[in-house]
Design a protein around this ligand. Sequence first.
Ligand SMILES: Cc1cc2nc3c(=O)[nH]c(=O)nc-3n(C[C@H](O)[C@H](O)[C@H](O)COP(=O)(O)OP(=O)(O)OC[C@H]3O[C@@H](n4cnc5c(N)ncnc54)[C@H](O)[C@@H]3O)c2cc1C
Length: 419
Amino acid sequence: MSDITVDEFAAQAKAFLDANASLKTEAKAFVWGEGPDDAALFEEVDREKEKVELGRAKAWRAQRYDAGFAWITGPEKLGGRGLTRLHERAYNELEARYDVPDQGFFGIGLGMVAPTIQDHATPEAAAEVLPKMYRGDIVGCQLFSEPGAGSDLASLQTRAERDGDEWIITGQKVWTSGAHYSDIGEVICRTDPTMPKHRGLTGFVVDMHAPGVEVRPLRQMTGGANFNEVFFNEARVPDTHRLGDVNDGWRVALTTLMNERASIGGGVGGGGFTRLREMVSHFGLSDDPMIRQDLADLYIRGRILDYTNKRAMAKLAAGQLPGPEMSGGKLFLTENMRRTCDLVAKVLGPRLVADTGEWGTYSWAGYVLGMPAMAIAGGSDQVLRNIMGERVLGLPKEPGIDTVSPFKDLPVGTQRQGS
Ligand SMILES: Cc1cc2nc3c(=O)[nH]c(=O)nc-3n(C[C@H](O)[C@H](O)[C@H](O)COP(=O)(O)OP(=O)(O)OC[C@H]3O[C@@H](n4cnc5c(N)ncnc54)[C@H](O)[C@@H]3O)c2cc1C
């Protein structure tokens, strides 16, 4: 590992950013009515525009990678920089001050799939895939959920059957964010239905452009189509692209899920607290005691969430596993967003549902309609409460979860029909 200090590294990163990007102008004070007023959580994106934005995002990532700033903690032998999470954090904090192409396209691939590949793939597959992912040459997606398996992921039914040096995958995944622009996916399949449901699963890295992989977009109530159904019709995957041991896919999935909670961010969204405060002021409600109370509550809760996230990040940076901060932080985030929706609805009234063309009003509809998805993605509120109950409060596990019978005998998914 290189022994460059965080300060020396940050100076290098600043020189790179100064030479290749401009500082954000939005450090200016927020002014009601100026600039874009978008607040949507899952915005409607024109596919052509999305392609252009993806191209810009990839070009920026490649530039970062070639300069040594895109895989800061990665092993040097694979093209990473071999530095610590503190170096990585220093870069991210610096980059946040510059106007660079949106890197959201890589959130799932680099935040969840790549760390799983690093932990569980064969050395050949890791060497083949990871540098391309971090350089932005390829994008990854997460193929876990199915029509009959979401919170209860271990009930998934997509099959993988061995055929010599390959596996043949058949089944359906759903809610796959970004599958339509992804090149690879982490898929969890059932490889032995005679074992209990958490066993008999295996993970793979699948080529999204392979024959037998079909991606169909799903339209959401916000108007956007960010996620998809993915059908596997005898798609072939080489055994070298297996993640972990055969029938040990639950462990692989847990690695990804732990990173998922870590990668869902904080804040109230929709432009932040200042925008809410200015909206209240614009509509002459700054002296309304109930509205003031709501605003103060949101401000305090925003700070609590911020500190909770910082605590979790500090633990990660110190090489420890975060404890309840991840589940608790995600729960707190969605509750803050729900309270933001309530406040916005109180202040805007009918302007929230009728587009009058007035700046900063109807644009909140995309936030309010997108919010419920945030309370589901990355572990629903109810499931996270179960986790907090069991792991933090030490309450007994939920009754009725069968971890012993062969999966094929359980009345779940389409198997329920036979019961
Ligand atoms: C924005 C978004 C992006 C997503 N992206 C992806 C993706 O990229 N890849 C992917 O694989 N999946 C993705 N998902 C799917 C997501 O993981 C699932 O929606 C989630 O796991 C819930 O599963 P489900 O939709 O089948 O709901 P269900 O599990 O059927 O839950 C339905 C309701 O029952 C409640 N419930 C379920 N079990 C319990 C319990 N034990 N106790 C109490 N209440 C319970 C839930 O809280 C929920 O309210 C995404 C979802 C969203 C909203």
